[in-house]
Design a binder for this molecule. Sequence first.
Ligand code: AN7
Length: 363
Amino acid sequence: MKTDHEQGRGVIERYREFLPISDSTPVVSLGEGDTPLVYSARLSARVGRGCKVFVKNEGVNPTGSFKDRGMTVAVSKALEGKARALICASTGNTSASAAAYAARAVIPCVVILPAGKIASGKLVQAFACGAKIVPIKGNFDDALRIVRELGERNDFAIVNSINPDRIAGQKTAAFEIVDALGDAPDFHLLPLGNAGNMTAYWTGYREYHARERSTKLPAMIGFQATGAAPIFHGKIIEEPETIASAIRIGNPASWKQARVAIDESSGAVDVVSDEEIVGAQMWLAQNEGVFVEPASAATIAGLFKCCDSKEAACSFQKIPEASRIVCTVTGHGLKDPDVIMRQMGDLKPVDANGREVLHAIGL
Ligand code: AN7
């Protein structure tokens, strides 16, 4: 049970017994986790059959993405292990999170990024928090290859999701969902990039189930962008491309684990187009006031596909009545303003009087 005094304490203090933390671990926290699980009447109506859809809004974590859950554990353990610096490859959010937790821990942080492919908000976060930013002429998969190489040297602690401490921290999102709903949902939808998050959720759901905190396990449904869908196609994508830069990944680090989660849970993996992603991003903002980044909107685009398309890998057309569906939206919309700015175009100023303003709004 959640009590008031636990609010803002961060996931390590709240779920310590499930995490690789000991009394001698120096806890580095920014008060991550405890994010809203928002019931959506409109998405529920869209699914029909008395189903209930909830949006787990991970964009309200301290640095604006779910990565903070894993980063608090990874950075705490890096300090415990006396690492001299942190290093990560990133499509943006991992670097923003690593930079912030490194600043908090007073430890240097190096982030290796695909040049020109990082959403502006995320790059600004890493810079503001004092990370050493190294853009490379390559994509995320190249950056992760380099990080693996450099991680061989003992002075760096790798804080990508290949570090099991990251996965351990991120599984707390599944705990929160079960704690809030009183049981596991029937379906869990989320975007798939490196597939660390799918791996983490599945670990969390299984652990809670093993401890009899839930009576069932959800079907895990992952969504990739059409141009960056290695797990869907079952093969490495050499040059992944999508507007959802966070999931522009061709060779996911946790590919095998995600496959296991999908298979064990009788789940599915599917693709959504960039057009569907941006459409779902605008839909969620305009209908629920929840503004998420494009990669996160892939979840909502995926939900629509499950509702509408007979070709979908997971169809909700014959979904059991009163099923509960959780959609994780992973990052805040403010991280990537450029995608929306392009939709907005130029806003032309009008003369500063009431008549002109009424005219401008069509009255
Ligand atoms: C908003 O920051 O890989 O499947 O380097 O930022 O666990 O990789 C980000 C991934 C989904 C995919 N949504 O999660 C990185 C990075 C958002 C993300 C994903 C990411 P994984």
